[in-house]
Design a protein around this ligand. Structure first.
Ligand code: FES
Length: 343
């Protein structure tokens, strides 16, 4: 099965600088050959990473940018993967391709003035883009940021955050590490209600933006609710999400109807009621590249050739891509027999 991504307009980017953030995290500054690229703080860029075994599409939240450049702050993960390849190969002067910025995890979701950012590990990157924007446009913004890191050496943007606090009178920052070293005076241990309620006493009355691993976000969501926060005031952005899985058979059995036919690059498979295109494909060993699994990153974009669908992108499609007939396999269900194309 051909696993190329659809030929939506790609940006040709040149790496113009690389800087070390922590021993395992680098920031890459990228410039589009076609000119300045606009983005809304909190959005992500999907890179086409040319791994030896074939290109991999990976979504990274934009951590910042100025004068039309884009910065990605990326932690190196396991050898052989996309992040390791980027650390080893993306240098000043080299190039890479990407889909244009996308995503709905932005300050546009904000409903009142008081904000809380809660981040775990690399989840700090969209928060940093939003904070830099607020520092420019609303330095008086009432914002509390709680960041959880593994150890003190892995705390991202520490120096810049200290500088921001000097410039933004209503910004508070609390950091927790799970492996504290001697001399660490911040919070210690896994994120807990006690930690968060101490660091942000009015958490339940703030508009929360949370980004980190799935388990971390789930924990924070429960804490926010326990503190009296409304679900509508809790916004999340995941990274490193596992591929979505098909619903259990028992669950499918009670769903109405026999399902439809799904054709992927000419191969006919079946799609059950309530399954997404992605779930049906993976269940039948047709691989569609995916990232967030929640309609936000655009990695699973496919072209709808025929059929009716119920498509619910969550910021992962640009209006142009939607108009060209692309849908997101992770957040699209069949409403008739459907044919899609991966390339
Ligand atoms: S996997 Fe991210 S939009 Fe589908």
């Amino acid at each position: 099965m051909d696993m190329q991504a659809p030929p939506a307009a790609l940006l040709a980017l040149s790496c113009i600088a690389v800087r070390d953030e922590t021993p395992t995290v680098k920031t890459f500054r990228l410039r589009a050959d076609s000119g300045p690229v606009g983005f809304t703080p909190g959005q992500a860029l999907v890179l086409r990473v040319p791994l030896p075994g074939g290109p991999a599409w990976r979504s990274f939240t934009i951590s910042g940018g100025a004068r039309g450049d884009l910065e990605l702050t990326i932690k190196a993960q396991a050898p052989g993967g996309a992040t390791r390849w980027l650390h080893d190969n993306l240098r000043e002067g080299s190039g890479i391709e990407a889909r244009p910025p996308r995503g709905a995890f932005t300050l546009g979701l904000r409903g009142n003035d008081r904000l809380a950012f809660v981040s775990g590990g690399s989840g700090a990157t969209p928060m940093m883009a939003m904070l830099r924007h607020l520092a420019e446009t609303e330095p008086e913004a009432d914002l509390a940021w709680f960041h959880a890191a593994r150890d003190p050496a892995e705390v991202l943007f520490a120096r810049e955050l200290a500088e921001m606090q000097a410039r933004m009178p209503n910004l508070t920052v609390a950091v927790s590490v799970s492996c504290a070293a001697p001399g660490w005076f911040g919070y210690r241990g896994r994120v807990s209600r006690g930690q968060l309620a101490t660091a942000i006493p009015d958490l339940g009355r703030r508009q929360v933006f949370c980004c980190g691993p799935q388990g971390f976000m789930q924990e924070v969501r429960l804490i926010h609710a326990a503190e009296g926060g409304a679900r509508a005031q809790f916004h999340t952005e995941s990274f490193g999400a596992a591929a979505p899985v098909a619903p259990p058979v028992a669950e499918v059995a009670v769903a109405a109807g026999p399902g439809f036919g799904l054709t992927v690059n000419g191969r006919a498979i079946a799609i059950r009621p309530d399954e997404t295109l992605l779930q049906a494909s993976l269940r039948q060993e047709v691989v569609i590249p995916c990232g967030c699994g929640e309609g936000m990153c655009g990695t699973c974009m496919v072209q709808l050739v025929s059929g009716r669908v119920d498509s619910r992108p969550n910021g992962g499609l640009t209006p142009e891509e939607a108009a060209e007939g692309y849908v997101l396999a992770c957040s699209t269900r069949a409403a008739s027999d459907v044919e899609i194309k991966l390339a």
